[in-house]
Design a protein around this ligand. Structure first.
Ligand SMILES: C[S@@+](CC[C@H](N)C(=O)[O-])C[C@H]1O[C@@H](n2cnc3c(N)ncnc32)[C@H](O)[C@@H]1O
Length: 269
């Protein structure tokens, strides 16, 4: 239940958020008031937000495809445009078989995997992230949606996945970091200062992690299986080449409304 605030206190809270640069100050004030357990906690949260922390880190959660996904401090905040990646992955999984085997590589908070198992009844989901804080967060979010926490691993790309999965994966989603190194400094401060560099920096051309994912994908995918990744519109042609370089048939999907681009690579049947 939101803590009761006088209209004067509420408008002071909104003004302080607005002067700190929060564009949606009213909405943020509503969310903070609903989340805080006491007035003291509310002001502490508002103060953290005014200092520049992402709203989701202050609240401890983000909304993603209608789910409330926990986002720990220092873990990448799932972006709403990534819902398009999930939609393409659901379409790919539904086209393959009824109880697909899914992998959420570079899982971060596990938002993508959690959304996938919420939508695909009977799916078997594995996930991995190099960052121990992300893997711990993903375990909770995936278990909360009926997945198994012990199938969430910490480690470098395919390294920690069980070998028995080789050649068995129907859908491999990898929302890799894809910001070119020299553009990381141009990101909004919320990302630059509060999200780990390993979640953002995709190397010189932004495609270095994707290159490694694509190079290994054919070994892990089942025949007819698909790997999906999010990228920028500008990078999409080169990301397609990267998929083709991994022996996969590439395709680009765009959702202009959400400004989202997804590149897929499918293994031959
Ligand atoms: C852009 S974030 C995406 C997180 C999540 N999938 C999402 O969509 O919200 C990229 C994630 O990749 C992870 N990562 C970066 N390099 C990795 C690697 N070599 N192996 C595994 N995970 C990696 C980062 O820790 C980060 O959580």
């Amino acid at each position: 239940m939101p803590i009761p605030l006088s209209s004067e206190s509420l408008s002071r809270l909104v003004s302080s958020l607005r002067s700190a640069g929060c564009v949606f100050a009213e909405e943020e004030a509503r969310l903070l008031t609903a989340e805080a357990g006491s007035e003291a906690e509310l002001y502490a949260m508002a103060e953290r937000r005014a200092r520049g922390l992402p709203l989701e880190h202050v609240l401890g959660w983000a909304e993603f495809r209608g789910l409330r996904v926990e986002v720990d401090s220092g873990v990448f905040v799932p972006r709403r445009r990534t819902e398009f990646l999930v939609e393409r992955a659901i379409a790919a999984a539904s086209a393959v078989r009824e109880r697909p085997v899914l992998v959420d590589l570079c899982c971060g908070s596990g938002a993508v995997g959690a959304a996938l198992i919420s939508a695909l009844e009977g799916a078997r989901l594995y996930a991995a992230d190099i960052d121990p804080a992300a893997a711990a967060c993903a375990r909770r979010n995936i278990a909360a949606r009926g997945g198994l926490a012990e199938r969430v691993f910490q480690g470098d790309l395919y390294g920690p996945l069980p070998g028995a999965l080789m050649g068995q994966v129907d859908v491999l989603v990898a929302n890799v970091p894809y910001v070119p190194t020299e553009a990381v400094g141009l990101l909004p401060a919320e990302a630059r200062e509060y999200e780990p560099r390993v979640a953002l920096d995709g190397g010189t051309d932004g495609l270095e992690v994707l290159r490694r994912v694509a190079a290994g994908a054919a070994r892990w995918l089942a025949p007819g299986g698909t790997v999906l990744t999010e990228t920028s519109e500008r990078q999409a042609p080169r990301a397609s080449d990267v998929m083709a370089g991994g022996g996969l048939a590439p395709r680009v999907w765009a959702d202009e409304e959400r400004g989202a681009t997804v590149v897929t690579g499918t293994r031959a049947e």
